[in-house]
Ligand binder design. Structure first.
Ligand code: PLP
Length: 379
């Protein structure tokens, strides 16, 4: 076969992310049967390491659902919101709206409380809505990938619980890049995926399911098949998946999680992400006319959103800067399309993003920022 003309670009988008050579090579490990004893050799350590990385203790059962992060989010909706209940979704951006849309597509009674792009959840505003609506379930985004905002998960969950509701959390773009302390988070179900801060290909949604969620799901009907967390839990407890998994990805996930836990070290991984966030903040501070989009204290450790000087257009970001970086061997993120369109319509400044998640190192980021700066200065 002739070699395909695929470019090898260093990925600075917000997912899928850069994959290390060791993980690419792990794709060559033997295929296996997912109901055979060989399966256990992969999934036993995978589920043990997922617990360690999440800080979930024994309180949560990690479940691998086929698909991507959205598959876990959809399962949380189908299994934990009954048809006669109300879901309040809290959105601080495009992925917050995504959770709401999943609920609506599944016929659930849902309301969407939206905060302005670039802002975190305002607890006072949320409290007012909780008092009025009295929802049984509340969903929200831990780390809003479209705006680089990280919400205070524990504080939001605590407030939701004060009003007797069950908190469902979308942590797709932060799991593996920050300390969740899930055991003390207050989340009833936490959904994430493989292709963001875990630095693997897409292929699994990962759900951390609490005992409370399991009990609730037993009282919900019409949970579907792959979206039924009870069916998923039955197989997960056997260290299996409900249906046939991508065994190549399983092999890679085994190697990656062993690397994170035993070689890099979980705390070192989290510290590396914080260091990269600081690097971007310092770089932006030194760049005249550019600002961080998220307010201090709510800036994501895995993705930074940067506001451009007035006059920079979406076309310049998408066609000029992004294409120039491609020539230098990088895949740049020119900002979340819908967000920049809305900002443009409102006469506001454009925002691009820097994904610094997963296995990207401070050295790689430093090189990238230098190349990016040269292109931005040409605008
Ligand atoms: C990427 C992302 C999703 C969607 O995940 P998929 O894995 O593409 O289904 C949901 N929420 C957040 C915060 C994300 O970053």
């Amino acid at each position: 076969m002739s070699a395909p003309k695929f470019a090898s670009l260093k990925m600075f988008i917000t997912g899928p992310t850069y994959i290390r050579q060791e993980i690419k090579e792990a794709a060559l490990l033997p295929e296996f049967g997912h109901r055979d004893a060989e399966n256990e050799l992969r999934f036993g350590p995978i589920r043990r390491n997922l617990r360690l990385l999440a800080g979930s203790g024994e309180e949560y059962e990690p479940v691998l659902l086929l698909g991507s992060g959205s598959a876990a989010m959809e399962a949380s909706i189908r299994s934990l919101v009954a048809d006669d209940e109300t879901l309040l979704n809290v959105s601080v951006g495009a992925f917050g709206d995504h959770y709401y849309n999943i609920a609506v597509s599944n016929g659930k009674k849902a309301e969407n409380l939206q905060f302005e792009y670039g802002r975190p959840i305002d607890l006072d505003v949320l409290e007012t809505r909780l008092k009025k609506l009295r929802p049984e379930v509340v969903s929200f985004t831990h780390n809003e990938t479209s705006t680089g905002v990280v919400n205070d998960m524990k504080a939001v969950c605590a407030l939701i619980r004060q009003y007797g509701a069950l908190p469902l959390v979308d942590g797709v773009s932060i799991f593996g890049g920050a300390d969740l302390d899930l055991a003390n988070s207050g989340a009833s179900m936490y959904s994430t995926a493989t292709q963001k801060s875990l630095a693997l290909s897409a292929g699994f949604g990962i759900g951390f399911i609490s005992r409370e969620a399991e009990e609730k799901a037993a009282r919900v009907i019409n949970k579907g098949h792959a979206t039924d967390i009870l069916k998923q839990l039955d197989k997960a407890r056997l260290n299996q998946t409900l249906t046939t998994p991508n065994t190549t990805l399983v092999n890679q996930m085994y190697v990656q999680l062993e690397h994170i836990v035993l070689e890099e070290g979980i705390q070192n991984r989290f510290d590396r992400h914080l260091e990269m966030r600081s690097m971007v903040e310092q770089w932006v501070n030194a760049l005249e006319g550019f600002d961080m989009f998220a307010p201090e204290g709510f800036r994501s450790p895995t993705v930074s959103a940067v506001v451009c000087p007035a006059g920079v257009t979406p076309v310049q970001l998408k066609m000029v800067v992004k294409e120039a970086l491609r020539q230098s061997g990088y895949l740049m993120d020119p900002g979340y399309g819908k967000l920049n369109k809305a900002l443009e319509e409102a006469g506001r400044r454009q925002v691009f993003r820097i994904g610094h998640m997963g296995d990207i190192t401070p050295e790689m980021l430093d090189e990238y920022l230098n190349v990016l700066e040269l292109e931005l200065k040409k605008l």
